[in-house]
Structure formats: structure tokens, C-alpha cells
Design a protein around this ligand. Sequence first.
Ligand code: DC
Length: 226
Amino acid sequence: MKKIIIAIDGYSSCGKSTLANQLAKKLNYIFIDSGAMYRAITLYFLRNHIDWNKPNEVKKALLEIHLDFEFEEETNQSSILLNGENVAALIRDMLVSENVSAVSTIKEVREFAVAQQQQMGKKKGIVMDGRDIGTTVFPNAALKIFVTADIATRVERRFKEMLEKKIIATIEEVQNNLEMRDYIDSNREFSPLRKAVDARILDNTMLTREEQLKLALSWAKEKIEL
Ligand code: DC
């Protein structure tokens, strides 16, 4: 059967990764959470006290970073490895969330991540979610989906997810972080968050996970069976 690239973009915490993961499982495709790559880079910078306002420090640091994804049978999830270490839980920390948008504005960081993402898409059969997947990483993706949900819904979902993972934060902190990231992600100079002109909008404010999957799956099948 024909294999395609599915690009999923949208604001923070609107369920992009959940949808991408479910779609990939149904289609037997590879799922890549591109945000996890920016988060892992941010974690490396924080741990190693890299001053990301200095381009030379950034360039040197990027040479030391190796990112991989590892599939875990047990959880049926893929985890990101930073220089061989599974950092899937650590990259969800509030400190990483507070700094990741700033790190993601850096041209060298974006070039580093985008080159690896494009390499992963060479064989097609991939669902990737992020902010610039349909516009910059895979401008020719067969299916592009722009996911949205209203801010109150996104804050509530993110807050619940953090509680489950025992990450301590108040509702106000979660809302401030989401709004700040949406602002920085949409206003940065290099590949800002935009809906690709040919992306389909999926507003999931009133949809269950199953309903949004059904809709996206029908769009994917249209393209695969073309
Ligand atoms: O998807 P996420 O919330 O885990 O992403 C974390 C941050 O990474 C997000 O605030 C902006 C950045 N990001 C990006 O700039 N481009 C992408 N393709 C994915 C994420």
C-alpha cells in the first residue's frame, strides 16, 4: 500500500502528539514527536550551562548532541534518547517547558533538528507533529493537519496530564506557560508556527480522542487510497 507523510501542527497542548501517535499505530507508521527533540536539546543546554545567546557556544554544543528515538514494547510508546540516555520524563519538567520556546527560536538549533527530521521522513510512512512540519520540514506532505482547541480546554488537559505525572504546578503557571509558548512559537523569525495553506483544520475542543482519530484517519485513507 502507498505510504505517505502526515504532518500535524498546532499550538501547545492541543493533543497533536496523542493524535499523531494514535494515527501512526492505526496505519503502522513511525511516529515522531518533533517537540521532544527541541526539549531534549533544551535539557542538554540547561544541564551543561550553555549560554544560548552565544552562537559559537550553541554550535559547539550541538556537535555534542546525539538524538534517537527508542520504541518501548512495554508502554507501546517511543521515547527520546539524548546521547543514549532515555530523557522522556525529564523533558516534561517545568524548567524545560519554560525555556524550550526560547531555544527553539535559534536558527542553528532549528537547522540541526529539521535536518534530522527530514532524514527520518525519507522512507515515508511517518506521522510527525510539531509547529513547522507542514510548512518547513515536509512542505510536500500528502496530508497536513492543523490542530486547535480553545485555551481553557488546553490548560485543563495539560494540568491533568501534569498531575498524573506528578509534576507540580498551579493552573495559572500552566496557562502562563502555554500562552507564552504560543506567543514565542508564532512570532519567532525562523519557521514560526503557521497553518500551512493546504492544511486541514481539526478543532478538537468538543471532540473525544476517538472522534478526532476517526476524522483524521478518514482524511489519511483518502490520501493513501488516491
Ligand atoms: O510539542 P511540544 O509542546 O512538546 O514542543 C515544545 C516546544 O518545542 C514548543 O514550544 C516549540 C518547539 N517546537 C518547535 O519550535 N518546532 C517544532 N516542530 C516542535 C516544537
